[in-house]
Ligand binder design. Sequence first.
Ligand SMILES: Nc1ncnc2c1ncn2[C@@H]1O[C@H](COP(=O)(O)OP(=O)(O)OP(=O)(O)O)[C@@H](O)[C@H]1O
Ligand SMILES: [Mg+2]
Length: 242
Amino acid sequence: MLPFHKHKRSHFREEFKTLNDIFDLTSEQTVWKLIKQGVIEGLEGPLSIGKEANVFLAITKDDERRVVKMYRVTTCDFNKMYAYIAADPRFPSVHKNRRQVVSAWCQREFRNLLKAREAGCRVPTPFAALNNVLVMEFIGDESASQKVHTEAPAHPKTFFDQVVKNMQLLHKAGLVHGDLSQFNILNCDEEPVLIDFSQTTTRENPNFEEYLARDIKNVAAYFVKLGVKTSEERLRKKIMVE
Ligand SMILES: Nc1ncnc2c1ncn2[C@@H]1O[C@H](COP(=O)(O)OP(=O)(O)OP(=O)(O)O)[C@@H](O)[C@H]1O
Ligand SMILES: [Mg+2]
């Protein structure tokens, strides 16, 4: 496949259609706008077609790689998304409108990534969020880093300690990831990089404790399976350390 940026507008549309299982005109226009703004020069190909979003590899003018996460508008779990957004005090005026909710969802991931990064947590740096499309740092070298679920750490205890450190930093900054597990931690050359921050929320959210308990449960269960001596209680204590 030719890189998109080698194409004219009409060709871009055709290539875009072949990449997306469900074609959405607004998503295509949004990506085109990001190209016009110089955020990216073009899309290179798909990285992951998930339940919530289609994730693509993109390239900038300076030949740097980027990741483009395109939230699905027509086939998302809209009611679940609305419930999460409505519970977040940072988004008080979102109406129950599909496009608005997905856009808020995308903005929320952008903001959460920035906050997590400011807190010192290892996450992809976000570069832009427009409508339902998020542009962020590419995690990987030759190829994209794999989730720890697919590529388990070589030294589980060392890796676990780094995950704990990241969880501590998030907690200190008043944040909870909300969907942390082996599916949302990348193994970047034996360093954990936390991804997928769309559900991340602040302490003011009434569901904060529930999300924290779930993250602790998932992370503890995964690393216990890898032979690390920990438990939910021990992990919780470590995260709370100031
Ligand atoms: N910044 C990144 N660098 C490299 N790969 C990434 C990056 N962000 C996402 N990915 C890849 O895309 C996949 C999906 O990303 P993400 O978890 O954010 O979306 P999702 O909608 O939750 O998808 P899924 O339903 O597959 O979990 C990741 O598991 C990872 O393989
Ligand atoms: Mg995910």
